[in-house]
Design a binder for this molecule. Structure first.
Ligand SMILES: [Fe+2]
Length: 163
């Protein structure tokens, strides 16, 4: 989110914090059918209570398609575009000795075609993300890989070779 915000000349702190918090209630309230507290309603209510910028709350709503809030602004579309992809790229990095380093869009596409690999990640969401941003899929994947690689220390993505 920070990398795309910087590329767009947008508010990198707002985008970054939105990315960090968008799933903050998921472990405690995973039941999305719970129309009162289910993810992401609890985190939205908590952030509203804390008077965060309303665009942060709206973006969090927009990443949950079942809430019927369409992703429209650049921040909203970017959150949707990077959410599942980041999870998938981290999963790819975990199974490689060299971690995130040297991971290519081509090998990511190969892994996407293996249904058993990181099975919880929705393939349609990953593929649809690039369309949301109107960028080529490989370009989008390469951009997000580079963004994660720049944070490989804090994300612990250096792989087994580093250990
Ligand atoms: Fe979520």
């Amino acid at each position: 989110m920070v990398a795309y915000a910087e590329r767009e000349g947008a508010d990198a702190e707002l985008w970054g914090v939105t990315g960090l918090l968008h799933d903050a209630d998921y472990e405690r309230f995973p039941d999305m059918d719970d129309t009162e507290k289910g993810h992401p309603r609890s985190i939205m209510a908590e952030l509203e209570r804390r008077d965060v910028p309303p665009e942060m709350v709206r973006a969090i709503a927009a990443h949950a398609d079942f809430l019927g809030v369409p992703a429209e602004t650049p921040m909203e579309r970017t959150l949707v575009a990077v959410d599942e992809l980041c999870g998938f790229l981290v999963a790819c990095a975990y199974v490689r000795p060299e971690g995130i380093h040297g991971l290519t869009p081509k090998s990511v596409s190969k892994k996407l075609k293996q249904p058993s690999f990181a099975a919880a990640v929705n393939r349609e969401d990953v593929r649809g993300g690039a369309e949301q941003l109107c960028v080529e899929f490989d370009e989008h994947v390469a951009f997000v890989i580079a963004a994660l690689e720049a944070r490989a220390d804090e994300l612990e993505l250096h792989g087994r070779d580093a250990a």
